[in-house]
Design a binder for this molecule. Structure first.
Ligand code: FRU
Length: 501
């Protein structure tokens, strides 16, 4: 039965969604209206891919968390479905926090999420109690089960926190379900706990899969754990990170731990730790396995620190990244846009061996919804250029640039002039690997965003832009002589299904 609170959200969507279409990105998921944060329940179901998200339909700020819902066949065109969960029960009255989904062997769709109950203490402090809950449905409507919560403080290891215990990621292997859940140990640092179950309803605690030991931030949110190219990968989103070189930025960061899962101790033995996304706007990613065996990841293209810095006239706040195919190459996580994007490439414009020394623009190279690859190499055998800049979303007043410096082996992205009416962090710099000064950059733009993929996916970096749509010029500039290849496609996507009633 649909609760009054969920019905209210669905009625609100029906009434206001049709008005927001014109301001939406073409192929990046938003809530359509209101606020979204983390992707939830990103998983295949009955031949389609479903995506839920943390959602507050009534305002462009975070509020009592609902789950919004969309689905897709190809990760590019999304169909909007009515809100799936509302915080309407005693154990989740203060929020249906992040979680995940799985198809049950009998064909039903199971959602596992964190129910939050907040209690005000005598001293005025508010304390959350977080438990793991389940709702089962048919791909549109979901019922919370009578046995909720299915995992509570009784299933915590000694010293585990019942206040920070959230974001279950569920998956099935053979006849067993597993879940990883974020938790905190008594010293305040994060742990990722592993659970197992035969029916996804009755759970047992297995182990601490990995612990933060206050090394990479503190509380670890939104874990995901999967096998990839012969390794085991744990993705986490740490809070209270302090910067580590140019690899990890402070605040709410994102970390990928690559290693080997020890089947005896049920522990991940780390071999490599790296950032997932090097941009300004990325958090809480979640992955799924496609039918053809690809591990595809989607993240919240936003950062908590800047999430109150929105553009007043937009009626949505928060977008997802473009879904990305993951792989491991030379021990590192690689990510590239889902290959389905190529089906939406329109007009192609191609330049080879353009010599740049100073400022240049190229006829036909412009736009705000595009897929463009720029390959840069030294134009002069005897002297290395100092820097190369790619400017996008440009007009007389606005611009965003990507600057590459071979000498330091770094890329810097600067969106200071990208339309934000707030004084926020606008620059991110990160190291890249180079071969003879050569660098390949694939830039995906979709109106309000820029995603950069360096060297065939060795690094990805995501940025939200609020530059007015009319600023669509692209230009190239360098200090020293640079040879450039440019291949640009306009992207032509009809997203009307996301707004049909
Ligand atoms: C991460 C997070 C999760 C939580 C959700 C609440 O962005 O803080 O840990 O479940 O957002 O909206």
């Amino acid at each position: 039965m649909t609760s009054k609170m969920l019905q209210k959200a669905r009625d609100f969507e029906k009434k206001y969604l049709p008005y927001t279409r014109a301001e939406q990105p073409e192929f990046h998921v938003t809530g359509g209206i209101g606020w979204i944060n983390d992707p939830n329940g990103f998983a295949p179901y009955k031949g389609e891919y479903h995506l839920f998200f943390q959602y507050y339909p009534y305002d462009t700020k975070w509020g009592p968390m609902h789950w919004g819902h969309v689905k897709t066949r190809d990760f590019i065109r999304w169909e909007r479905l009515p809100a799936a969960l509302a915080p309407d029960t005693e154990y989740d009255r203060d929020g249906c926090f992040s979680g995940s989904a799985v198809e049950l062997p009998d064909g039903r769709h199971l959602l596992m999420y964190t129910g939050v109950r907040s209690v005000r203490r005598r001293n005025g402090m508010i304390e959350d109690y977080q438990t793991q809950c389940i709702a089962i449905g048919d791909g549109v409507d979901y019922e919370k089960i009578d046995g909720n919560p299915v995992i509570d403080s009784k299933l915590l290891p000694e010293g585990g926190s019942e206040h920070d215990f959230r974001d279950p990621k569920i998956w099935r292997e053979g006849d067993t379900f597993y879940a990883v859940i974020g938790n905190r140990c008594p010293d305040g640092s994060g742990t990722i706990l592993l659970y197992q179950s035969k029916d996804a309803l009755h759970w047992e605690y297995v182990s601490v899969l990995s612990a933060c030991h206050n090394q990479y931030g503190r509380m670890w949110e939104c874990p995901d754990f999967f096998a990839l190219d012969g390794k085991n990968v744990l993705l986490v989103s740490p809070q209270e990170m302090t910067a580590i070189g140019l690899e990890f930025h402070p605040g709410n960061a994102n970390v990928c731990l690559i290693g080997t899962f020890d089947k005896k101790t049920h522990h991940l033995n780390r071999e490599m730790v790296q950032a997932i996304d090097y941009g300004l706007d990325f958090y809480a990613p979640q992955t799924l396995l496609t039918e053809d065996g690809r591990r595809v990841m989607i993240g919240w293209m936003q950062n908590w620190e800047t999430s109150s810095c929105r553009k007043q006239e937009l009626r949505f706040m928060g977008q997802m990244t473009l879904p990305r195919e993951l792989s491991i190459c030379n021990g590192r996580l690689f990510q590239n846009p889902v290959r389905e994007l190529e089906n939406y490439r329109g007009v192609k414009i191609d330049y080879r061996n353009v010599l740049i020394n100073g400022e240049t623009s190229l006829r036909g190279i412009s736009g705000r919804c595009l897929d463009m690859t720029v390959t840069v190499r030294p134009g002069n055998e005897n002297s290395m250029f100092k820097w190369f800049r790619l400017y996008v979303a440009r007009d007389g007043e606005h611009f965003t640039f990507i600057r590459y410096r071979p000498e330091t082996g770094t890329i810097k992205v600067d969106r200071t002039h990208s339309g934000f009416p707030h004084d926020i962090v606008d620059i991110r710099e990160f190291p890249v690997s180079l071969t003879d000064g050569m660098l390949k950059m694939r830039v995906i733009m979709d109106r309000y965003s820029l995603e950069l993929f360096v060297n065939d996916g060795e690094q990805a970096a995501s940025f939200v832009l609020y530059t007015p749509m009319e600023a669509s010029a692209i230009s190239f500039s360098s200090d020293g002589s640079v040879l450039v290849d440019v291949e640009k496609y306009d992207l032509e996507i009809d997203n009307s299904a996301a707004f049909e009633e």
